[in-house]
Design a protein around this ligand. Sequence first.
Ligand code: ZN
Length: 214
Amino acid sequence: MASPRPLASLADRIEELLAPGGPLPVVAAGDPVLRSGTSRYEGQLEPALLARFVDALRVTMHAAPGVGLAAPQVGVGLRIAVIEDPAPVPEEVRLARGRVPQPFRVLVNPSYEPAGSARAAFFEGCLSVPGYQAVVARHAEVRLTGEDEHGRPLDEVFGGWPARIVQHETDHLDGLLYLDRAEPRSLCANQTLLERWTQPTAQEAAKALGFELP
Ligand code: ZN
């Protein structure tokens, strides 16, 4: 029987996580940290440590590469996420999906509500579910509230692909994965997606694989 060890504080655990430098390991589906929800960020980290943690999230997101990363994906149960999308896509894809560039942002304690009743359904993937993508019908526009990394209030309406990104990342903070909201019959290996379903919309895939679009 192991002798009891005192629990390390959250700050100590994050110091340990950041110590090697460079991108952090990304936690994969099956780890309970992705299903446990998160604690609101209420100053648990000193400002300098918060800044280093946010920077590590950004470095990890770039290295993946991805367009968003939530703290639970690096094993930290805090309500913090980062987003950034240079949107390097062809014009027809940009138009169909609203995939416009999204500058780097830190989302602290975010939550969203629909802005209007429109839905948009496209393939999306997740760094914590490597190798696959699936179609998710999401709110076309959402109002996101919360704070930034300096505690300044955030209250903004997101549309297009950025709306999808903020819903996906905020869902992570609530212990949800995109698969929970996906059309099961749309599940696609990355290689198959590349070979067959790179059209700007998911209509052909829906017809061939047998799932509904909104
Ligand atoms: Zn994800």
